[in-house]
Design a protein around this ligand. Structure first.
Ligand code: NAP
Length: 248
């Protein structure tokens, strides 16, 4: 049997990296997407190979439609697409809305929202039985921010994740009879580089006391939920959004 391919955007670091390692262990040939950090993507590919799996690194800025199309064309050459994890996402500096430029908001939406929709479009074209595909799974990365709104921090980010929730509900219904399940995970405060990239490396740990479980989560705890949703054990799960947030 040819291994099915899983495309994981932003697979070079954090939650995407943990998901790439977990998906490879479950037999997927993993396309590790990355934006700029080639060394991190290569490390993931090397780790997968060392554990007996298969992965390739492909540069893809999800803010670019051309990059996304090229990513899926490269994935297609490796085997039949079985899964997309729409993981690539960004935050920005802590700010109130009055201080946000339109350029900042447009960048956030281009990467977090448009990027996820265009990746899903390319995946549906290849996985839908309507187009001769064998079906598959799309897992979108939302955030607890979609519920909480992130006031005084980044309401633009929270709004982008609210869009992911709505998109998950709609697309799940659109392709449910074509063999594709569409689900989302809402991580809470997870220990990754994303907080430093927003200029506040201690954010997750500082807020951990607001989590009912009194701690931050790990990238592996999110990856475990994602690969379960990708698996046949979740074969009747679609349109669902799973909170993995320690009760937050
Ligand atoms: P992270 O540690 O900052 O890693 C981000 C990953 O996305 C990297 O692999 C990075 O690639 C890639 N990336 C960044 N911009 C990109 C772009 N324009 N195009 C393609 N790839 C891009 O992030 P994370 O914490 O793992 O977050 C992953 C997802 O979970 C995001 O959607 C995030 O919103 C969501 N999430 C995270 C948390 C949390 O607390 N960590 C909570 C809720 C939701 P390079 O290595 O090349 O830079």
């Amino acid at each position: 049997m040819t291994a099915r391919v899983a495309v994981i955007t932003g697979g070079s670091r954090g939650i995407g990296r943990a998901t790439a390692l977990a998906a490879a262990k479950r037999g997927y040939l993993v396309c590790v997407g990355y934006a700029t950090n080639e060394a991190a993507a290569d490390e993931v590919v090397g780790r997968v190979a060392a554990e007996g799996g298969r992965a390739v690194a492909i540069r893809c800025d999800v803010g670019s439609e051309a990059d996304i199309v090229a990513l899926f064309e490269a994935a297609e050459r490796l085997g039949p697409l079985g899964a997309l994890v729409n993981n690539a996402g960004v935050v920005d500096a802590t700010a109130r809305l009055e201080d946000m430029s339109a350029a900042r908001i447009q960048r956030m939406m281009a990467i977090n929202v448009t990027g996820s929709l265009v990746c899903a479009r390319e995946a549906v074209k290849r996985m839908s039985t309507r187009h001769g595909g064998r079906g598959g799974v799309i897992v979108n990365l939302s955030s607890a921010a979609a519920r909480l709104g992130s006031p005084n921090t980044y309401v633009d980010y929270a709004a982008s994740k609210g869009a992911i929730d709505t998109f998950t509900h709609g697309l799940a219904q659109e392709v449910a009879a074509e063999g594709i399940r569409v689900v989302a995970v809402r991580p809470g405060l997870i220990d990754t580089d994303i907080h430093a990239s927003g200029g506040d490396p201690e954010r997750a740990h500082r807020l951990s006391k607001s989590v009912p479980m009194q701690r931050v989560g790990t990238a592996e705890e999110i990856a475990n939920a994602i690969v379960w949703l990708m698996s046949d054990e979740a074969s009747y799960v679609t349109g669902s959004i799973l909170d993995v947030s320690g009760g937050r």
